[in-house]
Design a protein around this ligand. Structure first.
Ligand code: FES
Length: 138
């Protein structure tokens, strides 16, 4: 199996490995094909992804994919990050062997789950703290 130089480089030196304490959003997905799992943690400020970390319990290709996703989304707006597809990630890595394409499916999916989780938390927070009425009842 032949991997691109970029895949090998990200696999050997993965960026942004770990977790974020008090993350604003967490997304986890598992591959139905191999059972491997990927988790993304994001910190959001002013609608931008300020920080991102991941944990991947999977093959080398999946680690390279997560590392690449984490680099691609840092500094992006939530909307821009939602538009990143698994194909974009595989392309950015210089391609993946056919048998390993399912590994790249975890990347953007896990990131999107983290963003959805962030949005859900924001909605929940709004429900907990309803806006104050503008005028007092006095
Ligand atoms: S073999 Fe499971 S993610 Fe690659």
């Amino acid at each position: 199996m032949i991997y691109s130089e970029k895949v090998m480089e990200h696999f050997q030196n993965p960026r942004n490995v770990g977790t974020i304490k008090n993350a604003d959003g967490i997304g986890k997905v598992g591959s139905p094909i191999c059972g491997d799992v990927m988790a993304f943690y994001i910190k959001v400020k002013d609608n931008r992804i300020e920080d991102v970390k991941f944990q991947t319990f999977g093959c080398g290709a999946a680690i390279a994919v997560s590392s690449m996703v984490s680099e691609m989304v840092k500094g992006k707006t939530i909307e821009e990050a939602m538009k990143i597809t698994n194909m974009d990630v595989a392309e950015e890595l210089g391609g993946l062997p056919k048998k390993k394409l399912h590994c790249s499916n975890l990347g953007a999916d896990a990131l999107h789950e983290a963003i959805k989780n962030y949005k859900q938390r924001k909605r929940d927070l709004k429900k907990e703290k309803p806006e104050k009425p503008r005028r007092s009842e006095e």
